[in-house]
Design a binder for this molecule. Structure first.
Ligand code: ADP
Length: 203
């Protein structure tokens, strides 16, 4: 048995007296995970940050977990093999869950191309806590934006298994919300998300 398993056997969950509901009451809004998914360049990061600015102005407590930033810290030991991608999403899911429990509206901006991985995070939390927002921008639009120059490199064969080019993107089957980030403005998409959050009485 590995050392980590022995250690786990000797740990015990400590039930906190201050719970999520108390923090939510103090914050005057619910904790949630808003999971942005879509191709590279679809607008996940842009929308998550623009939404955060608005929510912050309303006095909401928020945090954006951004793909590249996480890979520089929490997940810097991970690469892009299948096993590492799964572990990357698992850690982000756990981190999001903790932050939601802390009462925050957590926005995550990760391509997260595989349905199975998104389902893993969805199943980590209660029904209704995981809100999947599909940034639906067609590949040709994302490629023409090529924000980080990655499509050019992927087309040149310099990036193996690049989502949309040499690795699949599995479109969400039943996302809570779809924003047409390929042919709407950032403001229109953010308005749509804000309306959705109000409808669901999250903010
Ligand atoms: P991702 O995080 O999905 O890789 P980014 O947010 O980094 O994508 O880049 C999206 C690019 O598309 C930005 O340059 C942004 O200004 C532009 N853009 C144009 N319209 C939209 C929209 N409706 N939503 C989001 N981004 C948009």
């Amino acid at each position: 048995m590995s050392d980590s398993k022995i250690t786990n056997q000797n740990t015990r969950w400590h039930e906190p007296t201050i719970k999520r509901e108390h923090r939510e009451k103090l914050n005057e809004h619910k904790g949630k995970i808003l999971w942005f998914t879509g191709l590279s360049g679809a607008g996940k990061s842009t929308l998550a940050h623009a939404l955060e600015e608005q929510l912050h102005d309303y006095g909401a407590r928020t945090y954006v977990l951004d793909g590249d930033n996480v890979r520089k810290g929490l997940c810097k030991d991970l690469g892009f093999s299948e096993q590492d991608r799964v572990e990357n999403i698992r850690r982000i899911g756990e981190m999001s869950r903790i932050m939601m429990d802390a009462g925050l509206i957590v926005m995550t901006a990760f391509i997260s191309p595989f349905r199975r991985d998104r389902r893993i995070v969805r199943e980590l939390v209660e029904t209704g806590d995981f809100i999947e927002i599909f940034c639906d921008a067609p590949l040709d639009v994302c490629e023409s934006r090529d924000v980080k120059g990655l499509y050019e490199k992927a087309r040149a064969g310099e990036i193996p298994e690049f989502t949309g080019i040499s690795s699949p993107y599995e479109t969400p089957e039943n996302p809570e919300l779809i924003v047409e980030s390929g042919n709407s403005t950032v403001e229109e998409c953010v308005d749509e998300i804000i309306n959705f959050l109000k409808e669901k009485e999250i903010t």
